[in-house]
Design a binder for this molecule. Structure first.
Ligand code: SF4
Length: 443
């Protein structure tokens, strides 16, 4: 765009210096799509999209469609758009906007490239057209809709991209959306040269300012800048099929100031809400193991345990399936000044056919036990345990854990059918704290 004519190179360098790994420069007309592609061909980390903005829908023609299709075959073109509807400016007649939007969706389907969708004050028509097109590959850019729209967008398999306005004081609805949508659907963007985040509001925006938007959203979500950067980078790579994605599973991974240990995929439950049944990633970390790590491998990756707030046995399975491993590594962590927590489904005594809780004495500081539900039937429906009498076994395991572990907490996920009040009562009777986790928020 012209706004960058005086200092484009410096702007790109500043983005690199800010830690941006990859960038997509977005076409909004035939001419700007060609320019975007030219720019992408000069830098290995820049990619382009090809499309015509709804503002220019009135000038769209079959000839432009054919040209966009040609451009979409270029190596650096990774998306179709920006396209969509803009009823705020109404620069083109609405009928033309709708028709051209439909054509871009058709092009996205023909090429297999994801579509970048603009929707401003046009929610109803945008959603109707998306529903009719059955498109499941793309992103709602600079999202400005409500939570209901966000939920429907995600149910279609589309991503939601948040830009600078989330940092504005009055953007309450957008902040709520940025706080609550699941990791797997979240992207961030600049929309440069528009929509600068605070404290640059009103000035020309540039890619390096994405740091401010990320920082703000990370605070809203209670995670670190690095966590959010990793999550959104992974999502962008997967959606636009750019860059490289780590193939190797991670046996340790960091979230905030804690280190999580991923030691097994095995589990005696098949919970309906379990993240591992729909993705290999948690907070941008690839967790599905191809083999279980050894004690030496884990210790080597932990390094100095005292560097972390807490070291948590968690991952993609039930850690106490590997009881000896947990005991040995926990003892080693404690010897080296670390703090240990175990996240467990509470089946350990049923798995090992004895009371294992005394074996955790002195080597485990904290244990989070998944209560799952307020009664047996609901638990069996949601968690589908492979062990007999799982629910009674969990209650017994909680009682025993209290004798040997200083901090015992219960967790439940706020799913349909889970009675939080009754779960709170159970926790109270057992004299432990209950933590309610939101569905689809992991880590
Ligand atoms: S207990 Fe945990 S790891 Fe096992 S299925 Fe349930 S959520 Fe997944």
């Amino acid at each position: 765009m012209e706004a960058f004519d005086p200092d484009r190179k410096e702007v790109i360098q500043r983005a690199k210096n800010a830690g941006l790994e990859l960038m997509i420069t977005v076409g909004s007309s035939l001419e700007s799509s060609i320019k975007a592609i030219e720019l992408s061909e000069q830098y290995d980390f820049i990619y382009a999209s090809a499309g015509v903005h709804p503002h220019d829908a009135a000038d769209f023609s079959d000839d432009i469609y054919i040209k966009l299709k040609e451009l979409s075959k270029k190596r650096k073109v990774v998306a179709i758009g920006e396209t969509g509807l803009d009823y705020y400016y109404d620069n083109s007649p609405r009928e033309a906007q709708k028709e051209v939007f439909g054509k871009h969706l058709q092009l996205s389907k023909e090429t297999g490239l994801p579509v970048i969708i603009h929707s401003r004050e046009a929610e109803q028509d945008t959603m109707r057209i998306l529903r009719e097109s059955d498109i499941g590959n793309g992103v709602l850019h600079c999202f400005s809709g409500n939570m209901e729209m966000a939920e429907e967008v995600m149910s279609m398999g589309l991503y939601i991209s948040i830009a600078g306005p989330v940092t504005f004081k009055k953007s309450k609805q957008l902040k709520e959306i940025a706080r609550s949508i699941p990791d797997d659907y979240l992207l961030v963007e600049t929309d440069s040269p528009y929509l600068s985040p605070e404290p640059f509001r009103g000035r020309r925006n540039e890619p390096s300012y994405i740091q401010n938007t990320i920082k703000h959203i990370a605070e809203l979500r209670g995670i670190s800048y690095e966590d959010l950067a990793r999550i959104t980078t992974l999502n962008a790579k997967r959606l636009f099929r750019i860059g490289s994605i780590a193939e190797k599973p991670e046996i340790t991974y960091r979230i905030r100031d804690s280190l999580y240990l991923n030691i097994t995929n095995r589990c005696t439950n098949k919970c309906s809400f379990c993240v591992k049944f729909h993705t290999d990633y948690v907070k941008g970390h690839r967790l599905r193991l191809d083999r279980e790590p050894t004690e030496d491998e884990i210790k080597k990756e932990i390094g100095d345990p005292s560097r972390y707030n807490e070291i948590v046995f968690c991952g993609y399975g039930e850690p106490l399936q590997r009881l000896d491993f947990v005991r040995n590594v926990s003892a080693w962590i404690k010897e080296h000044g670390g703090r240990v927590r175990i996240n467990t489904n509470g089946h350990a005594n049923l798995i090992h056919k004895r009371d294992i809780t005394p074996e955790l004495k002195g080597i485990v500081d904290s244990i989070s036990i998944s209560l799952g539900a307020q009664d047996k039937d609901t638990y069996n429906r949601i968690c589908r345990p492979a062990v007999e009498n799982a629910y009674d076994g969990i209650i017994q395991f909680i009682r025993q854990s209290r004798k040997f572990i200083p901090d015992v907490r219960l967790t439940v996920v706020d799913l349909e059918g889970v009675d939080i009040e009754k779960c709170e009562k159970i926790a109270e009777e057992l004299n432990v704290r209950l933590e309610v986790r939101k569905f689809n928020v992991v880590g």
